[in-house]
Ligand binder design. Structure first.
Ligand code: F6P
Length: 548
C-alpha cells in the first residue's frame, strides 16, 4: 500500500528535487554526445512494442531516483493487491480487476472468496455465440432481415473504447455489419446515425454499466421509438433489435430489454476499464471473436510484463515515472499523444477518459488535499495533421509538453501498393518531429544558412522537448491491446505515486445533479429563482432566444 506520508516530504522526493537542480541547463544534445550508446540503452521491448525513451531529460541517476520513489510509495505492492482482487478502489470499496477480463480460462482470481474467471469466460462465450449469429445473418430482425448496421448507444467508458477500437481495427472488420456509435444526448447524434438506416436491418446495443446514465437511456428510448415507428410494430419487436450490456439486470428489464438479451459484467470493472468486458460486444461483432481474443491476449501480455518485469525494464512503470518527473519538476501541465496512424484517430480521446477521469484528483486516498501535481491534461490528434496546426507551440512555445509519438513499420495490407508507398513519408514525419523536438536548431545553425540576423531568433528551435517513441510492426488487434494496457498501467503507477484513488470518478457527479435541477427551469414560465444569478440569467436568455 502506498505510504500515506506526504510525497513531497519523502527523502526520495527531496533527492529528486535536488537532482533536478543539478540537471538545470542539461541539453539532450549533450546527453547524446556524451553517450554513444544512449539510443540503444534507453529503449525497451515489450511484446510487439518498441519503446524509445532516450529523448527524455533524464540520466541514469534520474531513473534510479524515480525507481526509488516508486519503491518508497509501494507501487509494486499496490499493483500486486490489484491483481489479487483486493478492494483498492477505497472510496467505492471495490476491487479493480479489469486484468481478470483478459485472464486465461484456468486462472483463479477471487473477489470476496469467489473465483471470477469462470464468469468472465462464460460471458465471453455468450458474446462470441451472439457475434457469430449476427455476423452470419442467422440472427435476424423482427421482419426476418439480417442485421446490416449495429448502433452502439453508450457514453464515456461505454462508448470510447469500442468506438476507438472499431476505428483502429477497421481493416480487420467484416465491413458488414457496420457499426455506428451514438453517445451525445444532443438528438443530432442519433439522428445522423440512423437517418439512412432501415430499422428492419438495425440492431441497437445499449451499453451502460449502471443503466441509469441519462444520455444513454434518453437515446435508447428515442431509438426504440424510431424502431417501432419505422417497423410499424409493437413492443415484441424490441427483443430482436435491442440487446443490453450492463451490470444492472433490474434496470435493463425495466427499460424493456429481455434480460436474456443482456450481456453482463461486474462492479469490479470500472467504466473506463470496461472495454474488454461485454462492453466490447460491438467490436466483437465487427472483428469476430477470434480477433477479439487476440486483442485480449495482447492486453494480457502487457499485464504479465507489468506484474513481473524488473523495475529497470518495466515499461508502464517507466512511463508513469517519467510523467511524474515532468509534472513535478518541469511544471508540465499536459501530455500529448500523437499517433502517426489514421486508424488511431480516436486513441487520444479514449486515453483522455482513461487518464483524466482516473488521475484528475486533488485529494489523496485518505481524503487529504494533495500538495503536488496530479494527472496531466491529455490531448493530441493523429500526425501529420497536428503538425500543421498546434506543433508550432510544441516546438517554440513557452510550455513543456512531453509527447508520445506512436507509429508502425508497415501500413495495413489492405491499402494496396500505391497508398502503402505513402507510409515512409508518414513515418519520416514522425521521426523528424521527434528529432526536431529533441535537438532543435541552434542560432549558429540558422546563421550558417545565411538567414538575415533579424530573423535568426524566430527561426531558432530550442529543442530539449521530451518525447517517447513507440513503434510496432503493424496495428493488429494484439498490438492495440498491448498499447492500451501499457497506458492503463502507466495511469495506475502515477495514481499510486500520488496516492490518489485512480478508480473512482466523483468529479463527474455534481454536473449531473445540477443538470437535473436546471432542466425544469428551461420550461417556459418555470421559476428560475432557485438558480444562482449567472445561471438564472443564462436560462432566461436561452428562453428568450428560443422564442425569437
Ligand atoms: O459520468 C462518468 C461515467 O460514470 C463514466 O465513468 C462511465 O464510463 C460513463 O459515465 C458511463 O457510465 P455507464 O456505463 O454506467 O452508462
Amino acid at each position: 500500500m502506498p505510504d500515506p506520508a506526504r510525497l513531497d516530504r519523502l527523502p526520495e522526493w527531496t533527492a529528486l528535487a535536488k537532482h533536478r537542480e543539478e540537471l538545470a541547463g542539461v541539453r539532450l544534445r549533450e546527453l547524446f554526445a556524451a553517450d554513444p550508446g544512449r539510443a540503444d540503452r534507453y529503449a525497451l521491448r515489450v511484446g510487439d512494442l518498441y519503446l524509445d525513451y532516450s529523448k527524455h531529460l533524464v540520466t541514469e541517476d534520474t531513473l534510479r531516483l524515480l525507481r526509488e520513489l516508486a519503491q518508497a510509495r509501494g507501487v509494486a505492492e499496490l499493483r500486486d493487491a490489484m491483481f489479487r482482487g483486493e478492494k483498492i478502489n477505497v472510496t467505492e470499496n471495490r476491487a479493480v480487476l479489469h486484468t481478470a477480463l483478459r485472464a486465461p480460462r484456468d486462472a483463479v482470481i477471487e473477489v470476496d472468496g469467489e473465483n471470477v474467471v469462470p464468469g468472465v469466460h462464460a460471458v465471453l462465450d455468450e458474446m462470441a455465440a451472439f457475434a457469430r449469429r449476427v455476423r452470419s445473418g442467422e440472427w435476424t430482425g423482427a421482419t426476418g432481415k439480417r442485421v446490416r448496421t449495429v448502433v452502439n448507444i453508450g457514453i464515456g467508458g461505454s462508448d470510447l473504447g469500442p468506438a476507438m477500437a472499431y476505428e483502429a481495427l477497421r481493416p480487420y472488420t467484416a465491413r458488414e455489419p457496420a457499426v455506428r456509435f451514438v453517445s451525445n444526448v444532443d438528438g443530432a447524434d442519433l439522428h445522423e446515425a440512423v437517418r439512412d438506416l432501415d430499422p428492419a436491418e438495425t440492431l441497437f446495443i445499449v451499453a451502460s454499466k449502471t443503466f441509469t446514465t441519462i444520455e444513454t437511456i434518453t437515446n435508447a428510448t428515442s431509438a426504440r421509438q424510431w424502431l417501432l415507428a419505422g417497423l410499424g410494430a409493437g413492443e415484441e419487436a424490441v427483443a430482436r433489435h435491442f440487446v443490453a450490456l450492463s451490470t444492472n439486470e433490474e434496470k435493463v428489464a425495466e427499460f424493456g430489454i429481455d434480460p436474456a438479451n443482456m450481456f453482463r459484467f461486474w462492479d469490479w470493472v470500472g467504466g473506463r476499464y470496461s472495454f474488454d468486458s461485454a462492453i466490447g460486444l460491438s467490436l466483437m461483432i465487427a472483428i469476430g471473436p477470434e480477433r477479439f481474443r487476440e486483442m485480449l491476449d495482447g492486453f494480457r501480455l502487457v499485464d504479465e510484463h507489468f506484474r513481473t518485469a524488473p523495475a529497470e525494464a518495466n515499461a508502464p512503470l517507466l512511463l508513469g515515472l517519467l510523467g511524474v518527473w515532468y509534472g513535478a519538476f518541469f511544471d508540465a501541465q499536459s501530455h500529448a499523444v500523437l499517433p502517426y496512424s489514421h486508424y488511431l484517430s480516436k486513441f487520444t480521446a479514449y486515453l483522455q477518459q482513461l487518464d483524466m477521469e482516473s488521475n484528475g484528483k486533488s485529494v489523496d486516498r485518505g481524503g487529504q488535499p494533495v500538495e503536488w501535481q496530479t494527472g496531466p491534461v491529455v490531448w493530441g490528434t493523429p500526425g501529420t495533421n497536428g503538425q500543421h496546426a498546434y506543433y508550432q507551440l510544441l516546438h517554440q512555445g513557452t510550455k513543456v509538453v512531453p509527447a508520445d509519438l506512436i507509429g508502425f513499420a508497415r501500413p495495413v495490407a489492405e491499402l494496396g501498393p500505391e497508398l502503402a508507398a505513402q507510409h515512409d513519408l508518414l513515418m519520416a514525419n514522425l521521426f523528424a518531429q521527434g528529432q526536431a523536438l529533441a535537438f532543435g536548431k541552434t542560432e549558429e545553425e540558422v546563421r550558417a544558412e545565411g538567414i538575415a540576423e533579424e530573423q535568426v531568433a524566430h527561426r531558432t528551435f530550442p529543442g530539449n522537448r521530451p518525447t517517447t517513441t513507440i513503434l510496432a510492426t503493424e496495428l493488429t488487434p494484439s498490438v492495440l491491446g498491448q498499447l492500451i494496457a501499457l497506458y492503463e498501467h502507466k495511469v495506475f503507477v502515477q495514481g499510486a505515486i500520488w496516492n490518489i484513488d485512480s478508480f473512482d470518478q466523483w468529479g463527474v457527479e455534481l454536473g449531473k445533479v445540477l443538470a437535473k435541477r436546471v432542466e425544469p427551469a428551461l420550461t417556459e414560465g418555470a421559476d428560475v429563482r432557485g438558480l444562482d444569478a449567472s445561471t438564472a440569467t443564462l436560462v432566461a436568455t436561452y428562453r428568450s432566444l428560443r422564442e425569437q
